[in-house]
Structures are given as C-alpha cells and as structure tokens.
Design a protein around this ligand. Structure first.
Ligand SMILES: *[C@@H]1O[C@H](CO)[C@@H](O)[C@H](O)[C@H]1NC(C)=O
Ligand SMILES: *[C@@H]1O[C@H](CO)[C@@H](O)[C@H](O)[C@H]1NC(C)=O
Ligand SMILES: [Zn+2]
Length: 484
C-alpha cells in the first residue's frame, strides 16, 4: 500500500547560469478589464461558481486544527533542523531525503494516490570561505562584506587597491579606462526595484573587469538596512577576466561614496576565499494522481535550496512548504481531482534555475500535458491573488476562479511571473506566481536575517489554503486552462 518511490538517475549537464531572479511586483490592484465575455461561456462561469462550497471547505479546513498545525509545525521543524540549504551541499541532500520521508509519513495512510520520486541532475557547489574588507585610507575601518555566489577568490594575501565609486553602468562607461585600471569598483546604485538593481549584482564584475578593475563591490540590494549584507548569484561573461565580487551594506556604501565624492583617496583591502565544483542534487516530485486525466498536471512549486546564509525560511522555505502541502493537504482532506496535482520542490534555483532547467529538458515532450504551473518564491506573507502568464482566455478563466476567493482575488498580468516557472511560461505554458503582501521581502532576502522570525503563522497557513484550493479547482474543472 501507499507510496512508490522511484529514484531516477540521470546526470543532466545543464549549467548555463541564468540570473537568480526572484522578481517582486508591488502591484496595485489593477482593474482586470479584458473583455472576458468573449472567453467565458455562461456554462463555464456556472461551472466555476459551482466550486464555491468546496473552496470554502478547503480554505476553512486548512486554516483550522489539525491541518494548520501540521503544516506550520512541520515547516518550522524543517527550517530549524536544516537551516541554510545551499546548492551542492550535503545538508541540501539531507533536507531532500527528509521531505521525501515526510511525504511518505503523511501520504501512506490510505489508498495509493500519492507518489514521490526524485530526479537527479548536476548542480554548482560554491563554498564561501573567509571574507573581509578593510578600509585602509583615509581611516581604518572594517567593512562588512558578503561574497556573491560563484565569485572567484582573491589571492591569499588579498587585494589592496584604490576605490572608485560609480552609481551606474553608464557612469562606468563614461570613465577613461585609465581611471578604472587596477582599482576596485563600487557600484553604489540607489535602490529602485529588484529587477533593475540585480543587474549590478549579476553583471557588475564582468563590466568592471572589462575596464580593467581588479575587484568589485555592490551596495546590497535592499530598500532597508540595519547593517545587513545581501548575497546572491553573479555571472561572469566569457572572455573577460573573472574578478572577485562582493556586496557591502547600504551604510558602508554610502560612507564610501561620500568619502570618494569629497575627493578623498580611498584604499581598501579585500580578502575573499571560496571554492567551486559540482555535485549531484535532485528535484523532488510529489503526485496526487488525478482520477480522470492522470497524465494532465497542475504543477505547484517552490525551491528547496537556499543561499548559504540565513535559514532560507522565507526564500524559499515558505513557498516550498506550502507547495509541498498542496497534494499532501488535499490528500488528507480526501480530495482527489480529475487531473494530477504535482508538487515540485526545485533544487538549485539560487545558482540560476538549474533544477527547473533540468526538469524542462527531461520533460520537454510533456509540456502540453501541463495544464497550469504555479510557483511561490516571492514570500508567503498575507496572500493577495495571482500574477498570471497566459492568453487572455487563460487570464479570464483564472480571474473568474479568483472571484471564489474574495478578498484574495487580485490578478496581475505578467509574461514571466516567478523565477523557476518562467522557463515554462516562456514556452507557452500558462502559469502564475503567488501575489502576497511582500513589501518587506527584500529587507531579508539573501541575508542572515532570512529566518523564521520573518514569518507569521496565520499568513503562511492562509497562503497554503489558497494555494491548495486554487490548485484543486484548476485540476478538477471539466476544461483545461486555454492556450493561444
Ligand atoms: C528517511 O527514511 C529512511 C528510511 O526510513 C531513513 O533511513 C533515513 O535516515 C531518513 N532520512 C532522513 C533525512 O530523515
Ligand atoms: C500526454 O500524456 C499522455 C499520457 O502519458 C501521452 O500519451 C501524451 O503523448 C502526452 N501528450 C503531450 C502532448 O505531452
Ligand atoms: Zn527564491
């Protein structure tokens, strides 16, 4: 009885580093004014509305004992037990085994409906060593620093060089090469939004190296700081010298800029150690089999890996856990739908969507059988609705479904919602990312402050309830979410 576990093995050599992007849209409630009458028949509206009671049932059950406590207790136990789960680490693999075991624990009580398996792939394994930045001139000061993922180390003795501070790539381009050569470049870009600022994290080192710089620092990507440093993946361009790259606090970045702007000669000494190789990791796939169309899948997902600092409680422990709880929670409620509800715990999202890329490659023939793909990787604060990619017809259908969830009924439109699932939505698979009140997300993102203290039980549980109920409706409707 119970579960079948398959450990499939395959070494997918997919190592094209993509930007780790956890885009966040602070969308105002956009009026969804597409002419949906063209897309939604009376019958379909009627059918969607017939799910009102079951939606209410799922929302209520998931937000009361025992389910809410099962979810939150297991979530906090997981984070406390493993902490950070960086790509390629032993602790990440142990945490994957643990989630497989946990699925078996909650999935084997009745009929054979939940299956869990893992699929292997090769992932980057970058390990941070000792890191320090000292200001030598105009006065001595220790500057807190955090290396960026995949950064090369400095020589053992460190790099001591004069600092040059720029606000943008444009400013850097304007400088004569001789002004940059042999120096350390600090990108002190004012925070506007993650998408714009993250370009400096990802490409800063290569842009500066092209001008002859010997190391780069960026101002940490956050709108708010209590002297926190924020890491994340960076990506070297081919054919450019690889130079060390780190992030410093907003506070120190502003200090260095003020000194530089006053014409002070600023000298820094940077020491950053790290190692890099590759390891095997696994995506985890959990299926609650559909009774009518088992080959059709509604996928709900989050990533189990995290950066190496903090606890990965918010990014993406919360999103991963509520996604894990969709098939498991529905099963505990004895709710099986027409299509298969598949939860995927992606591995190695942080170094560049490596797990999702391997899954896409391996399952490329099955894209038409993905009815809808969802991801929670932008926080599990109070849920607001969905950020949706797809045709007008798809968005109209999702908008109609969201009406069952008032007030969690905001629909924003985005061709590339989320992070891992953008690989799928770009290929025409309709999908959505969880909208939530994540205005403070980047305060904690990729920093030592990403701990369970960021999370609120009622909010996480409400996200889980919404996530499960939406998945249930989409996987049970008589028609698929339409494509173009
Ligand atoms: C998972 O379960 C297996 C079999 O019971 C056990 O050997 C293993 O130690 C468990 N792993 C974790 C990480 O809990
Ligand atoms: C969908 O799944 C079924 C059953 O596995 C398979 O026969 C079919 O080829 C798949 N279709 C597509 C387009 O993926
Ligand atoms: Zn993430």
């Amino acid at each position: 009885m119970g579960l079948k576990i398959y450990f499939l093995s395959c070494i997918g050599l997919i190592l094209f580093p993509i930007a780790c992007k956890c885009k966040v849209y602070y969308s105002e409630r956009l009026p969804f004014d597409l002419r949906c009458s063209n897309y939604l028949s009376k019958e379909l509206k009627h059918e969607i509305n017939s799910y009102r009671d079951i939606v209410q049932h799922i929302m209520e059950q998931m937000q009361s004992a025992p389910l809410k406590d099962v979810l939150y207790d297991e979530y906090t136990k997981f984070i406390d037990k493993f902490g950070a789960r960086p790509s390629g680490s032993k602790v990440l693999e142990e945490s994957i085994d643990y989630m497989v075991n946990l699925t078996i624990k909650y999935g084997t009580d009745t009929e054979e409906v939940i299956e869990v398996k893992t699929e292997e792939l090769e992932v980057p394994h970058w390990v941070r060593g000792e890191e320090s930045v000292k200001m030598i001139r105009p006065r001595l000061k220790n500057i807190a620093v955090i290396g960026l993922g995949s950064s090369v180390p400095t020589p053992k003795e460190g790099i001591e060089a004069e600092l040059i501070v720029v606000r943008s790539f444009h400013d850097l381009e304007q400088l004569p090469k001789n002004d940059v050569k042999g120096k350390i470049v600090l990108f002190d870009r004012e925070y506007t939004d993650y998408e714009e600022n993250v370009k400096y994290r990802i490409r800063g080192a290569s842009k500066a190296a092209r001008k002859g710089a010997v190391a780069t620092l960026i101002k940490s990507i956050t709108p708010f700081s209590l002297y926190t440093t924020h890491t994340g993946e960076q990506d070297y361009k081919k054919s450019v010298v690889n130079i060390p790259a780190g992030a410093i606090t907003i506070e120190d970045s502003l200090l260095l800029r003020r000194l530089f702007d006053r014409g002070e000669k600023v000298i820094l000494k940077i020491g950053m150690q790290s190692t890099y190789d590759t390891k095997i990791s696994r995506n985890t796939i959990i299926d609650l089999k559909g009774v009518l169309y088992p080959e059709k899948k509604v996928i709900v997902s989050g990533h189990i890996d995290s950066v190496d600092v903090g606890e990965g409680a918010m990014d993406d422990g919360g999103g991963m856990f509520i996604s894990w709880f969709v098939p498991v929670g529905l099963k505990l409620l004895r709710l099986v739908s027409k299509r298969t509800v598949r939860s995927i715990l992606w591995t190695a999202e942080e170094p560049g969507l490596i797990g999702a890329a391997a899954y896409l490659k391996r399952h490329i023939q099955e894209l038409d059988n993905i009815t809808f793909i969802m991801e929670s990787d932008e926080g599990t604060f109070n849920p607001r609705g969905l950020d949706v990619a797809g045709s007008n017809g798809a968005r109209c259908m999702i908008a109609q479904i969201l009406k069952l969830f008032r007030p969690i009924d905001t629909l924003t439109e985005n061709d590339e919602p989320g992070s891992d699932i953008t690989l799928f939505t770009r290929k025409g698979v309709p999908g959505a990312s969880l909208l939530n009140d994540n205005e403070r997300y980047f305060w904690y993102h990729h920093s030592r402050a990403d701990t369970l203290s960021v999370q609120n039980k009622d909010d996480v549980v409400k996200c889980a309830a919404f996530w499960a109920a939406v998945s249930y409706v989409i996987s049970d409707l008589s028609v698929d979410i339409p494509r173009d």
